[in-house]
Design a protein around this ligand. Structure first.
Ligand code: NAD
Length: 517
């Protein structure tokens, strides 16, 4: 239907590109300097998932480029680690200010490249700004403990030192925030870094890096944040095996984390894994259903079901099942799908055709396993792009397919008799990222939050599974990888702990009363 074809205004694209320094061909390599884009070198094209149109080309980094950027990050580390942490924090504060200045253009770029609706694109940039602010404050709070020594005239304390060059591998669905969670915190901790972004979100990475490079340049500190881009996982694999990178922070699917985790462990490196989720909401019979419906709809349909924290399963008490299902299906039917940059659109496209096919396959398989399709289930023809309908599948008991994360807006709804059964069903999957309960009852809420309640890294009451704030530690258990990023004391993952004992006496007493010489 030609009338449906989404067209991104050429002038819109040009203004975003001009402001962020992007062009038709862009270099994907930056260490101390940006490598000049050689139009004859291997290219990767970035596509707009809402139209299928090419946005621009990116020149891939070669193995030699990777080597150079990594060496430069090693060199930069020698200086950066000497800068007092609050001074590093001040540079990150300025970085946050620079992102603030370009918030609108960056938000639009998220919409253009990964299909986020306008408010979510802007929200992601806000998350970047927030984490810069957080890291600035943190730069004065990298606290270590002191302990009382059992030996006289001895002092014992611990201190935290930077690790070195951190390798950062990111997924397509949060193309800037996940990098910022890592880079802002890693930087104030005194590390330098090399970033390998998703091959599906390269322009956003280049725009983020351009701004970071400019701010660092003003302080004579280029090389602290490096960028390499490959058209596949190859440079990520190189990073995982690279002994010069004491920490690999990798965000993406469970299969990716399984590979990266093993390679890094083999060389005794540290890994921080942020992998797939399979998040559930339990709705009890005493829940405020209007609140629950809003929480479920945002959790399941927001970002077109492409968040690691997307709500994929709902376990609803039998007594309110019909009411919840009827209202939710009615709400789903009103969700405007289309150009993510249009006012009023609530659901944009999936990232690519491969995702649409995975969606269709899962919808078919769920029905084969006994699921009843209540709404959605089909691709949406807007004359281009990768659009699908938000989908609800009702089941009488958990199906095998519900063990898996399909990165698309598919929601399973299953009845429960009690909070205990809801918690059992919720925990009975390999992943353990985010979880929630809707209830007005203190006992249900406390049971859900207890040690025998949710087994996830995130557990919410009367809030959906997605949309975490940066102040908390973000991450999950089991196959989600166990890593924690962003707020709280997640910074410790980017530092090494050193326990120091200092003798200011004239004798050498040994611990545990051991006698020698
Ligand atoms: P993906 O696993 O396909 O790719 C993620 C990144 O890993 C890309 O940069 C890719 O090139 C790289 N990669 C893949 N295999 C690799 C390997 N063997 N060695 C090194 N690098 C490798 O994921 P995606 O499709 O981009 O993102 C969606 C997935 O990410 C979902 O499973 C989602 O739940 C997860 N995710 C998790 C979090 C979290 O914080 N837990 C956040 C965002 C996304």
């Amino acid at each position: 239907m030609a009338s449906n074809v989404i067209q991104i205004q050429k002038s819109e694209l040009e203004s975003v590109f001009n402001e962020l320094g992007l062009s038709a061909v862009n270099s994907g390599t930056c260490g101390k300097e940006w490598k000049k884009a050689d139009p004859k070198a291997e290219k990767l094209t970035s596509y707009n998932p809402a139209t299928g149109e090419a946005l621009a080309d990116v020149i891939c980094s070669t193995e030699e480029d990777y080597e150079k950027v990594t060496q430069e990050a090693q060199e930069a580390f020698k200086e950066w680690r000497k800068l007092p942490a609050p001074k590093r924090g001040e540079i990150i504060r300025q970085l946050g200010e620079a992102y603030r200045e370009h918030k609108e253009a960056l938000g639009k770029l998220h919409s253009l490249e990964v299909g986020k609706i306008t408010s979510e694109g802007l929200g992601e940039v806000q998350e970047v700004i927030d984490i810069c602010d957080f890291a600035t404050g943190l730069s004065r709070q990298l606290y270590g403990l002191t302990m009382h020594s059992e030996r006289p005239e001895h002092r014992m304390y611990e201190q935290w030192h930077p690790l070195g060059v951190v390798g950062i591998i990111t997924a397509f669905n949060f193309p800037s925030a996940v990098w910022a969670w890592n880079s802002a915190i890693a930087a104030v901790c005194g590390n330098t870094m090399v970033w390998k972004p998703s091959e599906k979100a390269t322009l956003t990475a280049i725009a983020m890096q351009r701004i970071a490079h400019r701010v660092l340049e003003q302080h004579g500190m280029t090389g602290v944040m490096g960028l390499v881009i490959s058209k596949d996982k190859s440079l990520g694999e190189k990073m995982a095996a690279d002994k010069r990178m004491p920490l690999i922070s990798a965000t993406g699917s469970v299969p990716m984390g399984r590979e990266v985790g093993q390679v890094v462990a083999k060389r005794f490196g540290k890994s921080l894994l942020e992998l797939g989720g399979n998040n559930a909401i339990i709705v009890m019979d005493d829940a405020d259903l209007d609140l629950a419906i809003r929480g479920i709809a945002f959790g399941a349909v927001g970002t077109a079901g492409q968040r690691c924290t997307t709500t994929r399963r709902v376990f609803v008490h039998k007594k309110v099942q019909k009411e919840l299902v009827d209202k939710l299906v009615a709400a789903y039917k009103t969700i405007p799908i289309g150009n993510p940059m249009d006012n009023g659109t609530l659901m944009g496209p999936l990232i690519d055709e491969g995702s649409v096919q995975a969606y269709e396959k899962t919808v078919a398989e769920a029905q084969k396993q006994g699921g009843k399709l209540l709404t959605g289930g089909k691709r949406v023809d807007l004359g281009g792009g990768s659009f699908v309908e938000p989908t609800i599948i009702e089941v009488s008991k958990p199906l095998d397919i519900m063990q898996h994360e399909t990165f698309a807006p598919i929601l399973y709804i299953c009845p429960i008799d009690s909070i205990e059964q809801g918690i059992d069903f919720q925990n009975d999957v390999p992943q353990g990222l985010s979880s929630a309960v809707f209830t007005e009852g203190m006992k249900n809420a406390e049971q859900f939050l207890s040690a025998w309640g949710s087994d996830c890294g995130i557990a919410n009451v009367n809030i959906g599974t997605s949309g975490a704030e940066i102040g908390g530690a973000f991450g999950g258990e089991k196959e989600t990888g166990g890593g924690r990023e962003s707020g709280s004391d997640s910074w410790k993952a980017y530092m090494r702990r050193q326990t120091c004992t200092l003798n200011y006496g004239k004798s050498l007493p040994l611990a545990q009363g051991v006698e020698f010489l």
